[in-house]
Every structure is written in C-alpha cells, then in structure tokens.
Ligand binder design. Structure first.
Ligand code: NAP
Ligand code: GDD
Length: 385
C-alpha cells in the first residue's frame, strides 16, 4: 500500500506540482480545495479523476483553513501519513489590504491543522510539513539567511507566517509531532500566480513581443530575491517528511537578483535588449536592440515586423507605478541552504536562466492563443495587477 498524503492549497502552484510528484511516487493524494464561484482547479485538472471511478488515487475535498471543524473532519476521514500545509493567502502586498483574514488563514489555519492531528490522536502517525517562508527574515539581520538568522517580518503575511512557524515548533516540542518548517525562498514556475512579480514580468514580456500590450508597469525595481524553480522546491518538502526526526530547513538557491535584472534577462531571452534610464518613479526601461534571429527563433517570424515598428515609434516598454510599492518592503533576500543540501541531499536542478526560459516559453505559447482569439475577432483583456 502506498502512503496517503493530504495537501492543503492543492490548487496553488506548489500544491499542483507536489500532487503530481507524490502521485508518481505511488501516493494516494487527497487535496483541500476552496469553494469558489468559478472553477479554481486549473492547475490540477490534468490529475482529476472521475469521482464515479473506484480506486482513485487523487481525491479533492471542499475545505477552508478558517474552518476548524471541516479540517478536523477531513483529517479524520483521510487519516493521512503526511500533511503538507500549503494553503495560505500568499500575496505579501494583498496582506496589507486583508490583514485579519491573512492572520486567520496563514496563522490560525496552521494551528487548526496541528490541533486536529493532536486531538484525533494521530501524533505518531501523521507527519506535517508547514510552508514557512523567507518573508520571516524580512528586514534581514544577516546575509545570507540561515536557519539561525533572527526573524524580522515586514508585512501582515510575514507576521502571520511567524505565528505559524512557532506554533509548528511548539507542537513538535510539546506533543512530539513530526512537524517540520520549510523556510522556502521565492520559487516560481510557468504556473506561478499571475500577480507575483516574476510571472507578471514573463506574461508582460510575452504580450509585448506579440503586440498585445504596450507597457509593463512595475513597482520596486531594486528589491532583490533569491528565485528558484518550484519543481525543485517541492522535492525538499517531500524530503523533510522522510527524515527520522522533524526539523526546520532553509530552501534556497543562494543567488540573489534584482527585479530590474529579472526584467532585463526575460526580454533578453527573446532577443530584446533593454536598458534602464532615470531614477525612482521616473525610471524607464527602453529597447536598445533587437536580435532578429533570436526573436524569430523564440517568438516567431510573424511578429518581428511589428516589434521593430513599435520600437521605432516608442521604445519604452517598462514604467514604474508607485501603486505597486508596499508600505514596508523586504529589500533583499538570499538564503544559505547548506543544511538542507547536507542533511536532505537536496540539490536544485534549475538556475535562474533556465527558470526564466521555462516561464517565457510557456507564456509565449499561452499568449499566442490569445493573439489568435483576437485575430478571430473575439475580445481579450489586459490585467494590470
Ligand atoms: P499559491 O499559488 O498562492 O497557492 C495558495 C493555495 O492556498 C491555493 O490553493 C489557494 O486556493 C489556497 N488557499 C488560500 N486561502 C485558503 C483558505 N482560507 N483555505 C484553504 N485554502 C486556501 O501559493 P504557492 O506559491 O503555491 O505557495 C504555497 C505555500 O507556500 C503558501 O503557504 C505560501 O505562503 C508558501 N510559500 C510560498 C513561496 C513561493 O515563493 N511560492 C515561498 C515561501 C512560502 P485558491 O486556488 O482557491 O486560491
Ligand atoms: N507582486 C509584485 N508586483 N511585486 C513587485 C512588483 C509588482 O508589480 N514590482 C516590484 N515588485 C517587488 C516586490 O515589492 C517585492 O520586493 C518583489 O518584487 C517580489 O514580490 P512578489 O513576487 O510579490 O513576491 P514576495 O517576495 O513579496 O512574496 C513571495 O515570496 C515569499 C517568499 O519570500 C510570495 O510567494 C510569498 O508567499 C512567499 O512567502
């Protein structure tokens, strides 16, 4: 018999990749999805199995991290060997708009899962992974950040996750739960939420290349992040729960990059060289060269003429919009994941260039569909978030 895993946040980026990964390992995967007025299972639709079929190994349950009774019932029904608590209101900027909801979901939600496992007497059976975050380091007290770096969160999201981190440690120490925190640095992918900065950039660059959008409006260009690939990072989650002892681990690539550089690299991956001019809110990103053969290879010959024409009329493709700035910012994150590499044997397979390539290729394909829809006379929309 394979193991049984329960994933909260299965409809999110990490939940989808983790579900796929565990299914390949022979797990029976249960997931918690929220009720929504539109379908919200895009990322796991390829794993979906008809509920009328026997012996399913992928099963979804309606639930919410703010509902203790519902979580307790699901955990009691499933009696999982492993719980991956990935559900969260995960957007740092939005957490300033909905701080109480964020605290309830990201902070107390974790407590609800831990308490359910304890009350159901599953302490010895069920191992728990808590999705902690490099946002805990916030105004980072040292460079690079390790498991021993003091925390200094800078947003309602970070503060809620701080509670979740410590309540996980507390339940481990108080009740002997096999509960581990993965302190994951930013990780991205082609299925990253559209409003996180990397995906916002790769989508916008693809749209600009295809003539669907003129400008990328962006916030703080100078903040630096340690960006990895989600496909690498979910493997670390699994590894943590295979250890004899629970523990807390930093998961990161060890390389930090400015948002500005991420934008430059993304354009460059499709043959558009841009340079940044000006300062602060007046900073702009301007096309300085187009490598026609690289553009043709990556984007397609059909689109070359229009990008050249557009460049001759208006070469400015990036503008700063202060609405994307945060009340308090995390300026710089870079992690030291030596402990995970040594103890878990975790080794990431992607670097930043391969991540960007993966994302821009996927977004070009996606946006080409939109381009065809427009050419067919139908309406499509720009989302500036
Ligand atoms: P994501 O794409 O935003 O997914 C979040 C998931 O949580 C979605 O399935 C979402 O459901 C679900 N969710 C939100 N509120 C919920 C609630 N009240 N009850 C039940 N489910 C709820 O996030 P991600 O990038 O996969 O990240 C996974 C986890 O890792 C999160 O806890 C995040 O805070 C943490 N983390 C992420 C990173 C990163 O760089 N990606 C780094 C460190 C830590 P819907 O699909 O219905 O919205
Ligand atoms: N989202 C967004 N949109 N961010 C922007 C923009 C913009 O237009 N312009 C600049 N940024 C900057 C943000 O100010 C931040 O400094 C950086 O880009 C990264 O922002 P996000 O991609 O939104 O991610 P995050 O670092 O705030 O949070 C993500 O990583 C955390 C781990 O460190 C999320 O996935 C969190 O859930 C996760 O815990």
């Amino acid at each position: 018999m394979g193991k049984t895993a329960l994933i909260s946040g299965i409809t999110g980026q990490d939940g989808a990749y983790l579900a796929e990964y565990l299914l390949k390992k022979g797990y029976i995967v249960h997931g918690i999805k929220r009720r929504s007025s539109l379908f919200n299972t895009d990322r796991v639709d390829h794993l979906y199995q008809d509920p009328h079929v026997d012996n399913r190994d992928f099963i979804l349950h309606y639930g919410d991290l703010t509902d203790a009774m519902n979580l307790t019932r699901i955990i009691n029904d499933v009696k999982p060997d492993e719980i991956y608590n990935l559900a969260a209101m995960s957007h740092v900027k939005v957490s300033f708009d909905i701080p109480e909801y964020t605290a309830n979901t990201d902070g107390l939600g974790t407590l609800r899962i831990l308490e359910a496992v304890r009350l159901l007497g599953l302490n010895q059976k069920t191992r728990i992974y808590q999705a902690s975050t490099s946002e805990l380091f916030g105004m980072a007290r040292e460079i690079p950040q390790t498991e021993k770096t003091p925390f200094y969160p800078r947003s309602p999201y970070g503060v809620a996750k701080l509670y979740a981190y410590w309540i996980t440690v507390n339940y481990r120490e108080a009740y002997g739960l096999h509960a581990s925190n993965g302190i994951l640095f930013n990780h991205e992918s082609p299925i990253r939420g559209e409003t996180f900065v990397t995906r916002k950039i790769t989508r916008a660059v693809a749209r600009i290349a295809l003539g669907l959008q003129d400008t990328l409006f962006i916030g703080n260009l100078s903040s630096k992040r340690d960006w990895g690939h989600a496909k690498d990072f979910i493997k670390a989650m699994y590894l943590m729960l295979q250890q004899n002892e629970p523990d807390d681990y930093v998961i990161s690539t060890g390389v930090t990059t400015e948002v500005r550089e991420f934008i430059r690299k993304t354009f460059s991956a499709i043959g558009i060289e841009i340079s940044f001019l000006g300062k602060g809110e007046a900073e702009i990103g301007k096309i300085v060269n187009i490598n026609s053969s690289l553009f043709e290879d990556t984007v397609g010959k059909t689109y070359l003429k229009s990008i050249i024409k557009r460049n001759s009329q208006d070469p400015v493709v990036v503008k700063v919009d202060k609405n994307y700035f945060r009340p308090t910012e995390v300026d710089m994150l870079v992690g030291d994941s030596s402990k995970a590499r040594q103890k878990l044997g975790w080794i990431p397979e992607h670097d930043l260039d391969s991540l960007i390539n993966d994302m821009i290729i996927a977004d070009l394909e996606l946006m080409k569909k939109e381009s065809h829809i427009r050419k067919g006379g139908y309406k499509t929309f720009n989302y500036f978030e």
